[in-house]
Design a protein around this ligand. Structure first.
Ligand code: NAD
Length: 268
């Protein structure tokens, strides 16, 4: 494995525009379960998956009921969101932020909604599936910090769903539900980043959720990018020959070792 870590560091230092893609696996070492890993939320409870698929439809048909369910703590992701509130970045998140600080990584695109990359210090960050600490207007797309709304007060006064302060549209959580289109701003920027990079470091994702899982294919097709995976197990990208190599193991252990090797290779 050491030689693959050194190879990744050397590829990163040689690259001119490297970006990282991350998924739920990078946050399991912060205590947030993933969905499809061996002890994932859905691996253990397939009914939660079926319920989650109905959430966006519920929002569209009855946004008040959607909000009441979320605030009651019985929504499909209630447990996940409680873990997210308490979680802190782990060495994997910190290593990516460090490599951005060194000028090696230019952007992180994450599927995670836990805000841990931002807490770790990643600055050029695209949250593909939104952020659980934010709300978003379903009409005009503007985002708000969750604290800007007193959701409990709106519930008590019977004034749910929250309304957008700019256009009056219905506000939902910023997190992208199943069946909901990816917000156009983040979808477009992610497509551009993937099309521009010559190295993509993919960390802790099963790479089966589309359209996110399309981004490595874009990188491969547009610039012939080198694709490096760091994951606990092989994925369709490994099996389909889309990634050049897989460094198999925990992101919280491997990414800091890659960052250390990168530092050694930089001048000064
Ligand atoms: P996934 O659950 O489908 O796959 C996670 C992958 O990471 C698996 O292959 C697993 O083996 C691997 N993994 C787990 N722990 C690891 C570790 N410590 N080191 C290396 N690899 C590890 O996750 P996904 O591909 O991101 O798709 C799930 C969807 O659910 C995403 O869209 C995401 O938005 C959402 N989600 C987010 C969070 C979060 O914000 N932390 C948590 C669960 C799910």
């Amino acid at each position: 494995m050491e030689s693959l870590i050194e190879r990744a560091a050397s590829d990163l230092v040689k690259s001119s525009y490297a970006i990282a893609l991350t998924g739920a696996g990078i946050s399991t070492e912060s205590g947030i379960p993933d969905f499809r890993g061996p002890s994932g939320v859905w691996t253990r409870n397939p009914e939660a998956e079926r319920k989650a698929y109905r959430s966006y439809e519920n929002f569209l048909t009855d946004p008040r009921a959607y909000w009441e369910e979320r605030l009651s703590g019985t929504a499909p992701f209630a447990t996940l969101f409680r873990e997210v509130e308490r979680a802190q970045p782990n060495p994997g998140h910190l290593a990516l932020a460090e490599m951005e600080g060194l000028g090696i990584l230019k952007c992180v695109i994450t599927q995670n909604v836990d805000g841990l990359h931002r807490k770790a210090g990643s600055a050029n960050l695209l949250e593909y599936h939104g952020c659980s600490f934010k709300l978003r207007c379903a009409s005009c797309g503007i985002r708000f910090d969750r604290e800007e709304y007193d959701l409990e007060e709106l519930r008590v006064k019977g004034e749910l769903p929250p309304r957008c302060r700019r256009c009056g549209g219905v506000v939902k959580s910023d997190t992208v539900s199943f069946g909901e289109p990816i917000p156009s701003d983040v979808a477009q920027q992610s497509q551009e980043e993937a099309g521009r990079c010559d190295l993509m470091l993919i960390c802790g994702t099963s790479a089966v959720v589309y359209p996110f899982a399309q981004l490595p294919h874009v990188a491969r097709q547009q610039q012939g990018a080198t694709i490096v995976e760091v994951n606990a197990e092989p994925t369709p990208l490994t099996q389909g020959g889309i990634s050049d190599y897989l460094i198999q193991g925990r992101t919280g252990e491997i990414l800091p070792r890659i960052a250390e090797e990168v530092r050694k290779r930089l001048p000064g």
